[in-house]
Design a protein around this ligand. Structure first.
Ligand code: PBG
Ligand code: ZN
Length: 333
């Protein structure tokens, strides 16, 4: 009588997946050192404000950093990315370049507490500009058009200031044309040729950034970001964006958001296999999972791990995620 005998991989699937067997044949693995935790740094003192659409995330002031860094180190999180909520906003974002600015100070404090912690500084102007756009606005047209080239100067200055404070990596996120070249040039001239650039090369004009805008208090007053962020309908364009940034000298690439753009992550990795690729699981992705889990509709831990696996499986080498601490805790257990 004929007996169906599946090939080896199929037989493996039929076997009971003990942890050891699963680990042995698992193609994609989430490690703590793949994960970067975003931190929102508020100016002022004694601040630990919960962010309503991001349960478990807080704006914290510099004096609260010690506890935060301790817990990150204990959990084994090796990297953070910093966003600042400055005391003042203006039309040029000057506050972002000050040596005693909120991010610069946070960088110094973190490095003093944990010199091994990888500190990434997000380079953008939206937190520092009163209208909330990612670049300086030329109001002559009344269209809230971003002045790309004037913005580049300030971004280069900001990146240099973060490097001077001790940032390990600078991550321009504003999607200005030429930002990588401008920042590279500025860093090299200032003696920071050893500081790598992680470019948010492929950043979509996404509705998933909503909770973040609350977190850093930078809701747009007028206009939209479609003139500098990408149209969610386009994927081939992502390769051109990545190509330009690689040509300008970026050391790493990023795709953002992550979950709705797995195809883009995959294509960018295929096109640039030797460029380290990050993916940003953004605030809206976090909020959606949190909300469903809070209602008991999905199992939070399983959904989070599945989402991170999908992002890595698509081709990301590392992930910026607000779940970083939670995941590190689960992996420890
Ligand atoms: C701004 C910036 C944004 C995020 C990171 N950097 C918001 C935006 O572009 O509007 C979003 C992160 C998130 O939603 O978690 N340069
Ligand atoms: Zn911005």
């Amino acid at each position: 009588m004929f007996q169906f005998s599946p090939q080896l991989p199929l037989r493996m699937r039929r076997m009971r997946r003990t942890p050891a067997l699963r680990a042995l044949v698992q193609e994609t693995v989430i490690n703590k050192n793949d994960l970067i935790m975003p931190l929102f740094i508020a100016s002022g003192e004694g601040i630990c404000n919960p962010i309503s659409a991001m349960p478990g995330c807080f704006q914290i002031s510099i004096d609260k950093l010690e506890d935060e860094v301790k817990s990150l180190v204990e959990l084994g999180i090796g990297g953070v990315i910093l966003f600042g909520i400055p005391a003042f906003k203006d039309s040029l974002g000057h506050e972002s370049c000050r040596d005693d600015g909120v991010v610069q100070t946070a960088i110094r404090v973190i490095k003093a507490l944990a010199s091994e912690m990888l500190v990434i500084a997000d380079v953008c102007l939206c937190e520092y500009l009163e209208h909330g756009h990612c670049g300086v606005v030329n109001d002559e047209t009344g269209q809230m058009d971003v002045d790309n080239d004037e913005t580049l100067q300030i971004l280069a200055e900001q990146a240099e200031s973060f490097a001077h404070a001790g940032a390990d990596i600078v991550a321009p996120s504003g999607m200005m044309d030429g930002m990588v070249a401008a920042i590279r040039h500025g860093l090299d001239n200032a003696g920071f040729d050893h500081i790598p650039i992680l470019s948010y090369a492929v950043k979509y004009a996404s509705a998933l950034y909503g909770p973040f805008r609350e977190a850093v208090e930078c809701q747009l007053k007028t206009g939209n970001r479609l003139t500098y962020q990408m149209d969610p309908a386009n994927a081939a364009e992502a390769l051109r964006e990545a190509e330009l940034d690689v040509a300008e000298g970026t050391d790493m690439l990023m795709v953002k958001p992550a979950s709705f753009y797995l195809d883009v992550i995959h294509r960018v990795k295929q096109a640039f296999p030797d460029v380290p690729l990050g993916a940003y699981q953004v605030s809206g992705e976090y909020a959606m999972i949190k909300a469903a889990a809070a209602n008991g509709w999905v199992d939070e831990q399983r959904v989070v791990m599945e989402s991170l696996l999908s992002i890595k499986r698509a081709g990301a080498d590392f992930i910026i995620t607000y779940f970083a601490k939670a995941v590190a805790g689960w992996l420890k257990a």
